[in-house]
Design a protein around this ligand. Structure first.
Ligand code: PLP
Length: 426
């Protein structure tokens, strides 16, 4: 067994280049051979609790038998078909069902195959809608510390830093604003007003800025900002790629907000984390800006695997599970467990801040250096948790949990215990 693991590691290192990884200094990669529920098993049979839902995608646990069964049926019926000029039942049904759950302003769905491309489509929709109407606007507003993906458009609207520096000159210009609080709301509105004439859209992660460090803001303040933009004809692009499908405790972040967006983006949990799929939804008004006898007004965008029947089937099966009473009870249970743990952490001398939005938990470790993704804390904490059989990926000194909804209370208590142990030992 030990040899098998070593062999896989060596073969991987010889040929694979991993994401977000400095290959020279990277710690040993772990070959995973099986997943079941909230657990992953390596080639030695060691078990890991997947406390980050494998990069925030897994909703109902790994290798879920119900999703697997639905996908197997689809795989042997229709595995793939071009989505230009053709359509299929899974895409029609998924669009119908999703639109039934989203704010009623959303009436059309455009499919892609991951989160970044869902963002590219959202930006292209907003920008071309303005172009098709003969408008001359050219500005986009986004939050500081935001993250919307790694393709060029998505990078442009994401917070700038070490990741984007090599491409800085080639990214389009964006007006970055602070996340709203009771104190700064009025000054942000004034800044926006200075650029109203040129501004096409405002793109934001609602309630939780994930990759930026699980930064959280209040629904009431975001709603106020959304309403300010709406009154000024600035289109709202709501990126629910991370927070959608129950993570915030409600089905969508939209369910916490009093204003509805013009465009919404989904991926990650959309298929329950089974296959890549992206969705961009929009209002009828946006759709109408492209709807014409003139062929040049069409949205010229598409991917080879647009609306993959297999991925759509996985999304439908995941939705069946998500809407079940069982899963809703699990979500509420995790929300309550996190609440209790946060109370426990608040008094801890090494804890700078502990916060939660639904099933998303985050804790900032007090450090002398400023909070950063490149803080050494990650390099100490990541192996510490792995040794204890817990997969967590601290963002610098920020420890967070995004558990699959099937994670048991027993496992949550174990994970919390590991965090407390780290606070004692490191
Ligand atoms: C992960 C993420 C994306 C990008 O999705 P990918 O599928 O990784 O390209 C975009 N926005 C948010 C908020 C994300 O968390």
């Amino acid at each position: 067994m030990k040899n098998r693991q070593k062999n896989l590691i060596e073969r991987d290192y010889a040929v694979n280049w991993h994401p977000y990884t400095q290959m020279k200094t990277a710690q040993n990669i772990i070959p995973i051979v099986r997943g079941e529920g909230s657990y992953l098993y390596d080639a030695n049979g060691k078990r890991y609790i997947d406390a980050v839902s494998s990069w925030w995608v897994t909703l109902h646990g790994h290798s879920h038998p119900y999703i697997a069964q639905k996908m197997t049926e689809q795989l042997t019926t229709l595995e793939q078909v071009i989505f230009a000029g053709f359509t299929h039942q899974p895409a029609i049904e998924l669009s119908e069902r999703l639109l039934g759950l989203l704010p009623s302003s959303q009436t059309k769905i455009f499919y892609t195959d991951n989160g970044s491309t869902a963002i590219e489509v959202a930006l292209k929709m907003a920008i071309q809608a303005n172009y098709n109407k003969g408008g001359k606007k050219n500005k986009v507003i986004a939050f500081k510390n935001g993250y919307h993906g790694d393709t060029f458009g998505a990078m442009s609207v994401s917070g700038r830093g070490i990741w984007t520096d090599p491409f800085g000159d080639m990214l389009f210009e964006v007006l970055f604003i602070e996340v709203p609080t009771a104190e700064n709301l009025e000054s942000i509105k004034k800044t926006i007003d200075t650029y109203v004439e040129e501004t096409i859209c405002f793109i934001y992660e609602p309630l939780v800025q994930g990759a930026g460090g699980m930064l959280m803001h209040k629904a009431e303040h975001l709603s106020a900002l959304m309403s300010h933009c709406k009154e000024r004809d600035i289109l709202l692009i709501q990126d629910e790629i991370f927070v959608g499908f129950g993570r915030t405790g409600k089905l969508f972040a939209a369910n916490h907000l009093s204003e509805s967006p013009d465009i919404m983006c989904f991926s990650k949990g959309l298929t329950g984390g089974t296959l890549p799929l992206g969705i961009t939804t929009c209002t009828e008004e946006l759709y109408q800006a492209f709807y014409a006898d003139d062929k040049t007004k069409a949205l010229f965008h598409g991917h080879s695997f647009t609306a993959s029947p297999l991925a759509c089937t996985a999304a439908l099966a995941s939705m069946d599970l998500l809407l079940s009473k069982d899963t809703q009870d699990h979500i509420n249970r995790i929300v309550e467990q996190h609440k209790g743990f946060i109370l426990q952490l608040k008094q801890h001398p090494k804890v700078q801040d502990a916060r939660q939005c639904g099933t998303i938990f985050a804790m900032e470790w007090k450090t002398t250096e400023c909070t950063s993704y490149f803080s050494d804390m990650h390099d100490m904490l990541y192996p510490f948790f792995l040794e204890r059989g817990v997969l967590m990926r601290p963002l610098g000194n920020i420890i967070y949990l995004v558990p699959p909804y099937c994670t048991t209370d027993e496992d949550l208590v174990y994970i919390y215990g590991c965090i407390l142990e780290a606070l004692e030992m490191i």
